[in-house]
Design a protein around this ligand. Structure first.
Ligand code: BDR
Ligand code: CA
Length: 320
């Protein structure tokens, strides 16, 4: 059975990969948009374009928060391009938006649909705002599977990952909400890269959607290569979808995660208490049970890239 879920996103090429994977493996009840990689207007336009080229008809798209709760707004167009989806040339979208605000959609759908999971793959502003407006939401959401943070180092700053750094106060609200969280951070997403070989494999599928995906991943990977020297952009966001449907793609360990809100050098860091794990293979040590605060998240500590690619390519092959 496909788990019912809402994807909350800021497309972004890797967000598109998550929508495509979710369109096939989740019972996708809505796509909600948030500012992030680019402005809210642009991320919303991008979400509409994806739904249209992938023919994911009937999935409502709702626009959410345009700026962070407290901090100043930041974007990542140096990675994703001016539109956030640079690479292919796509026609202007025509699918309509729903009139409700994204936070209303999150609140209403979780009332109507039992077991509705949330998959946030951008800044956590919509989820935090929905929790603020309806504190009972926390009791209705069985699972949040989010892309954000890192068990090791950051990408936007030495210690902070982009999605969390964009709105650390919102992330704090979510991580202290009591909702079961799977945190899929950079320490695992960087292990799953769109290498030149993978991109060639996608292009050779010869379908319309796979061609668009290859164009997107080429652009994104070239920007990542120019900025970091790494030859393939990480498949960050689709891993948050994969984690909901296949327990063998990622390995998780429970730990307490605090969001740094005051550090001069560490603002937006996910401070993961991994003291109970073995230092090299990150398995629990017998001598060293949990210390400090109780775990509030399952943190991804290991990835199986081949398993992910098998799942992703299978899903992609089913698109027009
Ligand atoms: C995250 O930041 C965004 O640029 C990507 O879409 C992903 O969600 C990676 O740090
Ligand atoms: Ca994203």
């Amino acid at each position: 059975m496909r788990p019912p879920a809402i994807i909350d996103c800021d497309p972004g090429q890797d967000d598109v990969m998550a929508i495509l994977l979710g369109g096939r493996l989740l019972d996708l009840r809505a796509i909600t948009t948030v500012f992030g990689n680019v402005s809210l207007e642009q991320t919303t336009r991008n979400a509409r374009q994806v739904v249209e080229f992938a023919e994911l008809t009937g999935i409502p798209i709702a626009m959410g928060m345009a700026q962070p709760l407290v901090r100043d707004i930041q974007h990542a167009s140096e990675i994703h391009g001016e539109t956030g989806l640079d690479g292919p040339t796509l026609p202007p979208p025509s699918v309509p938006l729903v009139e409700e605000h994204a936070t209303d959609v999150i609140i209403a759908r979780t009332r109507e649909i039992e077991g509705l999971a949330l998959v946030p793959i951008g800044p956590l502003t919509n989820i935090a705002t929905a929790l603020h407006r309806d504190p009972s939401l926390a009791a209705r959401v069985p699972q949040i599977s989010l892309m954000g943070g890192s068990l090791t180092f950051g990408n936007t700053t030495p210690t902070a990952e982009f999605n969390i750094w964009c709105d650390p106060e919102a992330a704090h609200v979510v991580f202290t909400s009591g909702i079961p969280i799977k945190m899929i951070g950079l320490n695992v997403t960087r292990q799953v890269a769109a290498t030149p070989e993978r991109r060639a494999q996608i292009r050779s599928m010869g379908r319309r959607t796979s061609g668009i995906v290859a164009d997107m991943l080429d652009f994104y990977s070239e920007r990542v290569r120019a900025l970091t020297g790494v030859p393939g952009g990480a498949m960050h966001d689709p891993l948050a979808v994969a984690a909901l449907v296949d327990p063998d793609v990622l390995r998780f360990e429970p730990m307490h995660v605090a969001i740094e809100l005051r550090g001069t050098h560490t603002y937006g860091m996910t401070v993961c208490d991994a003291r109970h794990l073995h230092v090299t293979d990150l398995t629990p040590t017998r001598a060293n049970g949990h210390r400090g605060a109780a775990p509030n998240a399952e943190v991804a500590v290991g990835a199986n890239p081949d398993r992910f690619w098998e799942m992703f390519l299978d899903a992609l092959a089913s698109y027009p």
